[in-house]
Design a protein around this ligand. Sequence first.
Ligand code: PLP
Length: 427
Amino acid sequence: MRPHTKSAAAFAEARRFIPGGVNSPVRAFRGVGGEPFFVERAEGAHIWDVDGNELIDYVGTWGPAILGHAPRVVRDAITDAASRGVSFGIPNPYEIEMARTICAWVPSIEKVRMVNSGTEATMSCIRLARGFTGRDLIVKFEGCYHGHVDALLVKAGSGALTHGQPDSAGVPAALAELTITLPFNDVTALRSLFMARGSQIAAVIVEPVPANAGLYLPREGFLEVLRQQCSQYGAVLIFDEVMTGFRLARGGYQERCGISPDLTALGKVIGGGLPVGAFGGSAEIMDQLSPDGPVYQAGTLSGNPLAMSAGLAQLREMDRVNGWARLEELGAEFENGVRFALKKAGRDYVFQRIGSMFCLYFTSGEIWNLADAQRSDKAAFARYFHACLEAGIYFAPSQFEAGFLSLAHTPADLAQTAAAATTALIA
Ligand SMILES: *Cc1c(COP(=O)(O)O)cnc(C)c1O
């Protein structure tokens, strides 16, 4: 067994002062049992815990670390910006650079506003859509996670799903009633909802590639029908690309699928590891925001120079090295390793991947929605997770989270991972 006495002591101490010992629930390892480790430092694709264990990391701070941990360009950008002040609360040139970059890379975004998290981004999209349409109903899909916004914590994914609370306590029933949920990939359910209530729907929010209940893809035509129905009934289509934005392509998943949403929520990669989110869309809708329009939205630290420069440095580096093409290659190589491991172990588990995002479901058959994902054998996943951790491989501590590759993962990392996965799957 690897040593973990220091992490155990830290966790005991943390639990005295922090609910559950963590500042975000999935970190507590409840989905797999056992206790979390505490990090001493992280660099590239590797993490060292406080007991001195080295791990190959496939969580990447839940998505943002697309270049790997602590990349030079990002550290330099932060240091440089910090030397001139860490926050102003006054417009600064970094904000324009960031906005210009987002608008150039994501054509559906004509104007964009910066916030401090993905949750803030989706929350603001919902309010803006309601203000713009003058309607109240929101539609979301089962298993999609859009942050911990009251109206969106209905049949949600990620930590809410891991902890068996897809509907949170503390969300007023009157508010939850304004959120309608549909199964993902179900065109018939979508059409009949619009037929019945289309004129009351303010917005449909969707993860175009749902990655908070594991990982599954939109069926051919599903997003097209969604786009068409929203346009026909005047509902705002919101793509939540907090996870997929700047990860699956320079212009997000919308670049790959060729569908333009009305609003897009961004986060994670855009901040280079600092707390950043953004939301944007057509100028017509975005101009409804205060101070130009009647929809209020604000933020003391929004657009602060450290976060903007860290995010910009990361985005520019990805662009400079054409990181997305390289990640696609790495993803294919990783997939080969996992498929080889599955074959060797004689398992017919479902491995899903798109670009640098992946998930191994401990079940067979096809996975197209939350109900399919929930067939996964969570006890088997937990055993696999712990066997990999013991072998120095860190996957997300829940069946319902996606894994991430970064540009810092080397062929040696992938080979070591495939070997460990093979052993873990056989056991
Ligand atoms: C992570 C995530 C969020 C929430 O972002 P936070 O920064 O954690 O608030 C929203 N939507 C999706 C799709 C996400 O993956």
